[in-house]
Design a protein around this ligand. Structure first.
Ligand code: FAD
Ligand code: DHB
Length: 396
């Protein structure tokens, strides 16, 4: 089989890229190692930036998002027993975010691709990319029990952090930058109405907590826990009690979360990682295959979307004009945004979490930083601009 753009991975990056290429009249094949149900059920991100919403709409994948997505105009920060709201539109000239789960984005994109798009193969596991620095790269994969090859004009690795595409960039050519964190998140889904109409990010000496949502009747909640935590050690009651303790407000001592049956529990490790460059010859890396952020600040999915928007524009330019200028600029264009998001995610993570080795001095510094956001328009605007995402065409 031959295609113009061979896409490894049918997560949000690969599926959105396939859609944008299809709309630009460029053919592609998506190879995804898991089955459709697995990919559609995988619980991950929940917040979409304006630019991500805009591209999903313009790509024809916005109908359910418009009907079921919940626009949010701010977040609440809780620290030192008090609450402070950050108002996004007021601080950013009108920008906001949407609560619409990654599972739903993936379902929408898969449905579109299967009814009106190029091949999307599930249970197609890629083993290797060969000839990335030649004119005819080859993807080797297994599908329906057979070893197969896909020859491509270009290959895009959208296969996440544990994929194989990054390994096709020779070690001497790529540099990785990485940081791990001494804590993880215990994430739960509960059949309980959200505690508040917006997200709450809570700093407490017991550790970080985040209250998010999936719908008016389903809450998504996260607790900072030590690395290596077994979710089985956290009974439902222990989780709710700990959430109540971390979200406690001095002025409202009776404030409690609305409890309900917990339907899923998982522990997520935290990592920052960037691989440079994001291109080698005719192989491009996009999304988590090239970079990971810790989830505080909800940048992962949005960064993946931005990479493929930039890449799809570059392929469209090549098709229309024969020029590779945007493809040549891809890595540098994306890395500027990537590093901004890396910094913001690091800032949110280290400002809001309790490092196990943290001194009282460092806790005071965190509280001072949060107080600064609560009292300075500049500091609040800096947070709001980063959280809602910079406009795609901005020169950063
Ligand atoms: P992925 O979603 O990882 O998709 C990669 C795809 O490639 C997968 O479908 C995988 O099966 C496939 N693949 C891998 N290897 C191969 C192969 N060899 N052959 C074929 N296919 C392959 N972000 C947030 O903003 N908020 C969150 O709460 C949040 N929670 C997260 C929880 C977890 C457990 C993880 C791992 C990430 C989370 N993220 C979160 C990050 C966000 O979900 C990712 O940034 C986003 O999924 C990136 O999309 P992607 O398409 O680049 O990669
Ligand atoms: C969600 C995840 C995040 O990492 C975040 O910062 C906000 C919301 C979520 O899953 O809803």
């Amino acid at each position: 089989m031959h295609t113009t753009v061979g896409i490894i991975g049918g997560g949000p990056a690969g599926l959105l890229l396939a859609r944008l290429l299809h709309n630009a009249g460029i053919d592609s094949v998506v190879l995804e190692r898991k089955d459709r149900t697995y990919v559609e059920q995988r619980q991950r991100a929940g917040i979409l930036e304006q630019a991500t919403v805009d591209v999903l709409r313009s790509a024809g994948a916005g109908a359910r998002l418009d009907a079921e997505g919940i626009p949010h105009d701010g977040i609440e920060l809780r620290f030192g027993g008090r609450a402070h709201r950050v108002d996004f539109p007021e601080l950013t000239g009108g920008r906001r975010v949407w609560v619409y789960a990654q599972t739903e984005v993936v379902k929408d994109l898969i449905a579109l691709q299967l009814t009106d798009g190029g091949p999307l193969l599930f249970e197609a596991e890629v083993h290797a990319v060969e000839g990335a620095d030649t004119d005819r790269p080859v993807i080797r994969y297994t599908h329906e029990g057979r070893e197969q090859t896909l020859t491509c004009d270009y290959v895009v690795g959208c296969d996440g952090f544990h994929g194989v595409a990054r390994d096709a960039v020779p070690e001497g050519v790529r540099t990785s930058y990485e940081r791990t964190y001494p804590y993880s998140w215990l994430g739960i889904l509960a059949d309980a109405p959200p505690v508040y109409e917006e997200l709450i990010y809570a700093h407490s000496e017991r550790g970080f907590a985040l209250a998010s949502m999936r719908s008016p009747s389903v809450s998504r909640l996260y607790l900072q826990v030590p690395n290596g935590t077994d979710p089985a050690d956290w009974s439902d009651e222990r989780i709710w009690d700990e959430l109540d303790a971390r979200f406690a407000l001095t002025a409202h001592p009776g404030w409690r979360l609305k409890r309900g049956p917990i339907t899923s529990k998982a522990v997520l490790p935290m990592r920052s990682h960037v691989t440079e460059p994001m291109r080698h010859g005719r192989l491009f890396l996009a999304g988590d295959a090239a970079h990971i952020v810790p989830p505080t600040g909800a940048k992962g999915l949005n960064l993946a979307a931005t990479d493929v928007i930039v890449l799809a524009r570059a392929f469209a330019r090549l098709k229309e004009t024969g020029s590779t200028d945007l493809l040549d600029a891809y890595s540098d264009t994306c890395l500027r945004r990537v590093w901004r998001a890396e910094h913001f995610s690091y800032f949110m993570t280290t400002t809001l979490h309790a490092d196990p080795g943290q001194s009282p001095f460092e806790t005071r510094l965190q509280l001072s930083q949060l107080d600064r956001v609560a009292t300075s328009r500049h500091a609040a605007a800096e947070l709001a601009e980063n959280y809602t995402g910079l406009p795609l065409d901005t020169d950063l």
